[in-house]
Write a protein that binds this ligand. Structure first.
Ligand code: ADP
Length: 227
């Protein structure tokens, strides 16, 4: 498998405060990497680094065959958008904006992609509904669709924490697993520290002074041996 992202001896932080120190890992094409760790361990900081929103203090992040602007990103805080007066189609189409210059109109290809993504997530019926009228679960799917307008190569998700019910979470995980099976590489921050429902094939566990990176199986072993 090809390497999509290589993170080498990376340190990230703010001003003089180092949050992540000397982290190395790689993301291969078709990986499903879960990033776990206590609150404040640096999960969101890592995502900012991967998206290029903050610069490495040390080390490097290298992308192979992938432009940073082509990453589909779904932020944790969906409440910001909740009352946004827009149709589902408009919100999903806006995922295309990172590939356009300012003042550029949507074209046929964009509209075709919109329909394709909505059908893939089985929410085509919501296309002309107002975003604010949707349930929390439906809104999350719309935001996933928006991210998929930007790319079907790499999705980065900051998983919504506790405000989603268990059934919805199961459904979201199922969609993500299906996308992953069809070749989409996924990096997901999960705030759910219940290790019994880990998904994906790799884990990056951030701790205050070290980290674990490896397969889910290796991680479970480490947990059992209490390291
Ligand atoms: P997590 O996502 O794991 O909860 P964060 O990456 O949000 O952790 O935060 C890691 C540390 O970085 C925390 O101590 C937090 O206070 C600090 N931090 C986060 N954002 C900023 C910022 N913009 N400026 C300064 N410190 C920050």
């Amino acid at each position: 498998m090809n390497e999509l992202i290589k993170v080498n001896n990376l340190s990230l932080g703010y001003d003089k405060k180092v949050v992540l120190k000397n982290i190395s890992f790689s993301v291969l094409e078709n990986d499903f990497l879960c990033v776990v760790g206590e609150n404040g361990s640096g999960k969101s900081t890592l995502i900012k680094g991967l998206l290029g929103l903050i610069k490495p203090m040390k080390g490097s992040i290298k992308y192979n065959n992938l432009k940073q602007t082509f990453i589909g990103y779904i932020s944790q805080d969906t409440s910001v958008d909740k009352n946004f007066p827009a149709l589902v189609s408009e919100i999903v189409l806006s995922g295309r904006l990172n590939q356009k210059n300012i003042n550029c109109f949507y074209n046929n290809e964009d509209f075709e992609k919109l329909d394709e993504v909505l059908k893939r997530l089985k929410i085509y019926g919501l296309k002309n509904k107002s975003f604010s009228s949707l349930s929390g679960g439906q809104r999350q799917k719309v935001l996933l669709a928006r991210a998929m307008m930007a790319t079907t190569k790499l999705l980065i998700l900051d998983e919504p924490s506790n405000n989603l019910d268990y059934d919805f979470k199961k459904e979201l995980y199922k969609i993500l697993e299906e996308l992953n099976e069809k070749g989409v590489t996924i990096i997901m921050i999960t705030h759910d520290l219940d290790h019994s429902n880990l998904i994906g094939n790799k884990i990056l566990a951030l701790r205050s002074d070290d980290y674990f990176f490896g397969s889910v199986l290796e991680y479970v072993e480490v947990l059992h041996h209490g390291k």
